[in-house]
Design a protein around this ligand. Structure first.
Ligand code: BGC
Length: 374
């Protein structure tokens, strides 16, 4: 049996075991539903709705594997989405900057849009100045994923995509599987699996933009952030890491205890758009960041197996796109906390390797957990 398929079956089995208690008490309502959402490249696009017993709802499309909304109740019991986005497919086709999408084959930038591997230079699309960003011209955010619902009684969705040898310049046929699931503890869990038939860089993430207040009328500058990282990777003017790993202590990059995002942002040219080197002990799942908002009473906790976190304060949002609440998405109206390997790792031998070899299994997990203080 295909190894990825086997690992999906195994994780569904575990989710099933974890949910068996709540299944006894919940009504026969489906915990995941599917509706037609349009067509792209002659292929049907769907929107899936995952709901848990608290009435928390996550909607995901197989177009780009995009999380379009994550609706939870605020401290007054009013539901709103903590993720910016749209309720229809059309605006996603106007290429917003990766709202909610799955990013691959390589999240963030590769310098000069090229890398060397086993004596061969691979040339990528230079879609961000002279660099390559988020997988190239048609990254995993713009493809149609094959979607399956493992069990309609469980709010979980499996997405699969085969990235062909040479696609966007990357070597090897890469079989990717991503499973989204929503727990009864309001955790959105994202599990990434991949296998290749030739050595290739792989760096997968989700590009959701959060605004915990639930409305783009508020900026994120008053939200408080903690990142469990004593170091970060400084960048050059084109946002490529210099290769240094510098301490955050005494700099605007210090989020080791909760700090308002707006406090030091003016000291960082262009705003935050950097990779933090997480204080990880090993490759097991760890809490690495927490974001909180006093308007809504919501807190978002992030757990991951990945070594890095890209914290981006929506510096390039310019009002071109209108959020579902009718508000223009202007600078700092949303932020990203992308769990990942470090940008430009294929060209930085001192960074943890992102090369996946045939016979190896890429496996990473990230959880976004929402809590609300009443
Ligand atoms: C990058 C930003 C970029 C944004 C949207 C983030 O991951 O770090 O520089 O503007 O994605 O493309």
């Amino acid at each position: 049996m295909n190894k990825i398929y086997f690992s999906i079956i195994l994780s569904i089995f575990f989710i099933n075991c974890n949910n068996s208690q709540s299944n006894k008490t919940t009504a026969a309502k489906d915990m995941i539903t599917k509706k037609s959402w349009g067509e792209v490249d002659g292929k049907e696009v769907y929107l899936f709705t995952l709901e848990n017993k608290n009435g928390t709802i996550v909607t995901i499309s197989n177009y780009g594997g995009t999380v379009t909304s994550f609706v939870t109740k605020d401290k007054n019991g009013n539901p709103s989405s903590i993720i910016i986005g749209f309720d229809s497919l059309q605006p996603y086709l106007q290429q917003p900057p990766y709202f909610g999408a799955l990013i691959g084959r390589y999240a963030n930038r590769i310098g000069d849009a090229k890398f060397n591997l086993n004596g061969i230079t691979y040339k990528l699309a230079d879609n961000n100045g002279k660099n390559s960003l988020h997988g190239g011209l048609k990254g995993f955010d713009k493809v149609i994923w094959n979607a399956t619902i493992p069990d309609k009684n469980i709010p979980a969705l499996t997405l699969q995509y085969v990235s062909k040898d040479g696609e966007e310049g990357y070597p090897g046929n890469l079989h990717v599987s991503v499973q989204y699931s929503l727990s009864d503890n309001d955790e959105l869990r994202i599990e990434y699996n991949a296998e290749t038939d030739k050595a290739t860089p792989v760096n997968l993430t989700n590009h959701s933009y959060f605004n915990l207040s639930g409305s783009a009328a508020n900026t994120i500058l008053d939200e408080k952030l903690m990142i469990d990282a004593d170091h970060y990777t400084p960048v050059d003017t084109s946002l490529i890491p210099t290769g240094e790993i510098k301490p955050v202590k005494g700099t605007p990059f210090d989020f080791t205890s909760p700090k308002k995002i707006g406090k030091d942002i003016d000291l960082v040219k262009g705003g935050y758009d950097h990779n933090w080197v997480l204080n990880i002990k090993d490759t097991s799942m760890q809490k690495v960041a927490a974001l909180s908002d006093s308007i809504s009473g919501r807190t978002l906790e992030i757990f991951t197996t990945q070594p890095g976190l890209q914290f981006y304060t929506g510096n390039f949002l310019d009002g071109k796109f209108i959020n579902r609440d009718g508000k223009p998405l202007l600078i700092h109206t949303a932020l990203c906390l992308e769990t990942q390997h470090f940008p430009d790792s294929p060209n930085k031998p001192n960074f943890p390797s992102t090369i996946l070899k045939p016979g190896e299994k890429y496996h990473e997990v990230t959880i976004y957990k929402v809590k609300t203080n009443n």
